[in-house]
Design a binder for this molecule. Sequence first.
Ligand code: F6R
Length: 540
Amino acid sequence: MQNGIIENYRTLREELQAEGVVFRSDTDTEVIPRLLSRELARFHAGGSAPSGGLLLQALQAVLPRLHGAYAFAVVWAELPGALVVARKAAPLLIGLGEGEFLCASDTPALAGFTRTILPLEDGEVALLTPLGIELYDAAGDRVQRTPSLLSGTEHVADKRSFRHFMLKEIHEQPETAALWVARHLPEAELGAAPHAGLLVALPLDESVYEGVERIQILACGTSRHVAQVGAYLLEQLAGIPTSVFYASEFRYAPPPLSPNTLTIEVTQSGETADTLAALAMEQERRRAVADPAYAPRLLGITNRPESSLGRLVDQIFDIGAGIEVGVAATKTFLGQLLAFYGLALAFAERRAGGATGHGPEQLRQLAAGLRALPQQLRDLVDDHDRRCEQLGHLFADTQDVMFLGRGINYPIALEGALKLKEISYIHAEGYPAGEMKHGPIALLDARVPVVSIAVPGTVFDKVLSNAQEAKARDAQLIGVAPECADAELFDTLLPVPVVDELLSPLLTVIPMQLLSYHIAAHRGLDVDQPRNLAKSVTVE
Ligand code: F6R
């Protein structure tokens, strides 16, 4: 079993073939057992009997030859009952079960078997036998480490009465929000240090906020959409210039260094290879600068504080959403989004509104709006589950869907399109509604449904008139908007309550998730395990 990619496998393969080794597959993985067999044969020729120590020694001799990222487990026919595991730049966890050890690349796979885990650090190897675990670092020295306990695994192996984990996880979002409010937004203003007089209590050291002039956020996929909403909030609420990057692009073309910059990594799994590599690169180039203003300041937002991310950053914001099994992120999206609401409020409070004009009263109103969120979500999820189920069949032959949003809801349009692509395999695009006239409007006709997010606020009228333009091209219009006279424009309405525009993404994302879910479920697709996708993307 191997996760990752052995980049120099062709060279290794040729080397072994030149020695007469015959390969059975074209995979990069096969070079690993072939190299190990060669090492073991050498030891055997030297008269050594099969033992765990021997297998470990062979593994340690092979690892320096492997370039790239890997996490793998090896069994040896000569030594049943022993297993060796190794990792480099790809996650590997050992689970300590009852009378058994388990190996996995991510925690959801272990949930249901055990809550006790031992995550391997980069470069480590371990020998697992009925006698226990022997752990060694990259230098071959024995390491002692206490296993940790997983949180939030209680219901994971159980879909309850739901047809899919994704649907269950969508329905868990009111609970995610309620927990967040209880933890970070207590009813009364905070009385005790270090949060005295403040609205939000975050599990972060005060140094996170001090002297920050810029913020840069690195993330991939859905987490990047969260980051885009986060950037909007940090700029509009707290007045901090904030840029969002695809981690996969940032790692090869970072912007020039700026001083006093907080770098935030957003990754629900905490194991996304591109995000971790971008983070490592940023850390390294900042450490190389003597001026302390350029020193790395790293904050991770994740659902898995025990992940590789958790071990790399200075401070971690655990979103505590519980294990998410469905590959398509839903409740972790909401959890990460809430983390940014907390962060933006915390910065804004410390800057007393700054250049944005959000004074204490407006911040208090936003906090009150967030406290109302769990109940609003409860109503919305139940209502839209029914509504979207009835819409599923309308998309039986659909090949393209357009999602439109503006301002703080533009990333939600992107998220709607990504969710639909991932699980229903329908081509979808998310677009800033005002950009349609610059090209994509040419795609519209009666066969292309348009989902338009239109909530009262700075761009309400603009979005409605963009939707009107789509309607004039015979597109079927689905509106995610409040029930009001303007909404009569839509062929179908997925109603959302009127809230402060800044809070609206927390609600408008629900119909996006449920629409995608019901379209995919109606098509009979494997919603929880869509083709070609993984919950943790541990390769570049
Ligand atoms: C979408 C999805 C992916 C992930 C992306 C980053 O539903 O799951 O787009 O968002 O692979 O994953 P994390 O957040 O684990 O870094």
